[in-house]
Design a protein around this ligand. Structure first.
Ligand code: AMP
Length: 288
């Protein structure tokens, strides 16, 4: 595995490899790697000649009162894990390297007025800025994104479509702990009690899906059901529980077609998100 911190060096290397006909799979991350990230890398390994992973805690996507400073970091351990997952090239730029100029500002106008977008002002502007830069630096054929951050996937698909990036976006299902908790770098900030409570987020989504499968079609009743479960069974504070069409993220008044139930819950030192995407065809409902 080769490590790069400079944009020109990694670009030079990858341009040469692509001229030789190699395909490139790309996994952008903020590091503190866990099995979720590694699943993305392993899938990239199977589907491409060269696998590039970036580790960059992007200051632009954090709000002033968010956890940029305290975001967990462990570059040595990350490098070992990336290597073991089959990553060929690890890109670890410093913020100065990534943001040397400031003549362009990107602003996302769709799919961001709901869910995390409405709670984290400027977050997705920061995400599309860094992802655009990384796509230009790496020039991937395939880029892998986790559906744990389903709104991010929807926004990136909009970005790629609007700006004609020649890259295929691969949606990867959420990787979970045995008890159903979505793997996240932020899970380390849960107290012992909160860690025991946290699987209720996923359980309530699973139970909601069961209710929908049994015929419940009213979004409001599903939201109340999840709200009651999480309030009764965790010490967290609900940030949002919302249902939209997916990936358009527009309001729906009946649970049909492809839709997402997404939630965010604030615990003492960690804000957790989770979601379920359901595709409802007349009689049949199944996971994506
Ligand atoms: P992050 O380092 O949190 O920015 O995540 C980097 C990538 O890994 C994003 O595409 C995430 O959606 C994805 N990811 C993070 N956690 C998981 C998970 N539990 N399952 C699947 N993908 C994940």
């Amino acid at each position: 595995m080769i490590k790069y911190t400079s944009i020109s060096s990694i670009q030079e290397f990858l341009v040469k490899e692509k001229r030789r006909g190699k395909t490139v799979g790309f996994v952008p991350t903020m590091g503190f790697l866990h099995e979720g990230h590694l699943t993305l890398a392993q899938q990239a390994r199977r589907e491409n000649d060269i696998v590039v992973m970036s580790i960059f805690v992007n200051p632009l996507q954090f709000g002033p009162n968010e956890d940029f400073e305290s975001y967990p970091r462990n570059p040595e351990r990350d490098a070992e894990l990336a290597r073991s997952a089959g990553v060929d090239v690890l890109f670890l730029p410093e913020a100065d390297e990534m943001y040397s100029g400031s003549s362009i500002k990107m602003h996302v106008t769709e799919r961001t007025d709901v869910l995390c977008g409405s709670k984290r002002e400027g977050h997705f502007d920061g995400v599309v800025t860094v992802v655009s830069k990384l796509f230009n630096i790496v020039g991937p054929d395939n880029a892998y994104f986790g559906l744990k951050d389903a709104q991010q996937v929807a926004v990136i698909e909009g970005l790629v479509n609007d700006l004609n990036f020649p890259v295929n976006i691969v949606r990867v299902p959420t990787v979970r702990e045995d008890d159903g908790l979505a793997k996240s770098s932020r899970n380390v900030y849960l107290s012992e009690l909160e860690r025991m409570e946290a699987p209720v987020l996923n359980k309530s989504l699973q139970d909601a899906e069961r209710l929908i499968r049994e015929g419940e079609a009213d979004p409001g009743r599903i939201i109340s059901f999840i709200q009651d479960r999480i309030s009764a069974e965790t010490s967290g504070t609900i940030d949002y529980i919302e249902i939209y069409s997916y990936p358009e993220l527009t309001a729906i008044d009946k649970l049909q077609g492809e839709f997402i139930i997404a939630l965010a819950v604030k615990f003492d030192k960690a804000r957790l998100i989770d979601n379920i995407i359901i595709k409802a065809a007349q009689e049949e409902i199944h996971h994506v």
